[in-house]
Design a protein around this ligand. Structure first.
Ligand SMILES: Nc1ncnc2c1ncn2[C@@H]1O[C@H](COP(=O)(O)OP(=O)(O)OP(=O)(O)O)[C@@H](O)[C@H]1O
Length: 323
């Protein structure tokens, strides 16, 4: 029995992760495995399988297995808005599926304690996340995107009792969950600039923020305030998105601008922040998103504006700036 024989005793999916293997004179074996991309449950089962396989080799007295921690470089991107109901959750879900289709390893945290809607938008309402060693395990949403939502933790109708410090604590649990190999986590923040946002900024410091607003004046003022909160805390604002921008009547085809148009682009220019694009107000977006099938999951005109914003975000992620 030698180290080569011990390596070949390991199952193939474990053998290629061996970083070091040492056989001591007393027959004790230590193995170090690379745990990149493995969740807590997989790490535990790899550890057990490796121990069993090595200890089954004749002459081995004992096997000690160490699975090294995940070395994924992970970035958190906050999606915020000044006001509620401007489409922040819809944008988050569509950006997640768009990024996923572009090959990104993406995850979603729904931190919107006031109206957690990602379980609906990403079709994971029935899922119940488990905890392993007190670490939450994300559930699979649309296109298999790993996700966790305040909605998975809070019983329906109990959201009010969760505001303030409790919500901020829950946010930490969601952020520090077992994100496996996900490299980009989009965080759907509650609207405004309250406790959850402050915890996000002070404790978890996202790598960047996207601000969404409708074009009407009141929403714009609040969006500018949300943008400034991030900027002041040193969190780069990746850019502003104008949602519900222009409406085409499905009957007569005429375009109208119920909330005005171009307001977000001009406020972005005034604040010297990038403008990432506009998403029109369409019935298809609402129907598809609310049915757990965000339009960006498929090719077509409805999903195209989300894909365009996602490309700008992807560019920022690649270069740390806009190309
Ligand atoms: N571009 C759009 N066209 C049509 N409907 C939209 C569009 N964007 C969002 N909606 C609809 O508007 C409603 C509010 O959107 P959403 O929940 O994404 O907003 P929010 O800013 O996340 O709200 P909250 O304050 O609850 O967090 C939803 O019913 C959604 O389907």
């Amino acid at each position: 029995m030698d180290e080569t024989a011990l390596r070949s005793a390991l199952p193939e999916n474990i053998a290629y992760r061996v970083q070091a293997l040492k056989l001591a004179e007393d027959g004790g074996v230590s193995v170090v495995l690379d745990g990149t991309g493995l969740g807590a449950a997989e790490r535990a089962s790899f550890e057990q399988a490796a121990k069993q396989a090595i200890e089954a080799v004749e002459g081995v007295s004992d096997a000690r297995i160490a699975v090294m921690a995940d070395r994924v470089k992970r970035r958190f991107i906050a999606i915020g808005s000044g006001k509620g109901g401007v489409g922040k959750s819809t944008l988050t879900a569509n950006l997640a599926v768009a990024l996923k289709r572009m090959g990104h390893k993406v995850g979603v945290v729904d931190a919107d304690v006031y109206g957690p809607s990602q379980p609906t938008l990403l079709a994971s309402e029935k899922a119940k996340p488990e905890a392993i060693d007190r670490t939450l395990q994300p559930v699979a949403g649309t296109l298999g995107i790993p996700m966790l939502s305040m909605g998975h933790l809070i019983a329906p109708g109990k959201a009010l009792a969760w505001r303030g410090l409790k919500a901020a604590g829950a946010l930490t649990e969601l952020i520090e969950a077992d994100w496996g190999d996900a490299e980009t986590i989009l965080i759907d923040l509650p609207p405004g600039t309250g406790d959850v946002q402050l915890t996000m900024i002070q404790k978890h410091r996202p790598d960047g923020a996207v601000i969404v607003s409708t074009p009407q004046d009141l929403a714009l003022i609040d969006a500018a305030r949300a943008g400034q909160l991030f900027e002041t805390a040193g969190v780069p604002v990746i850019g502003l998105v104008e949602n519900m921008s222009g409406y085409q009547c499905p009957h007569c085809g005429e375009f109208s601008d119920p909330f005005g148009q171009g307001g977000v682009e001009s406020i972005a220019a005034r604040l010297e922040l990038p403008f990432l694009g506009r998403i029109p107000l369409t019935m298809d977006i609402r129907i598809a998103s609310d049915a757990g099938n965000p339009p960006a999951a498929e090719d077509g005109a409805t999903g195209a504006p989300f894909m365009a914003v996602a490309e700008k975000l992807a560019n920022w992620l690649k270069q740390g700036k806009h190309g």
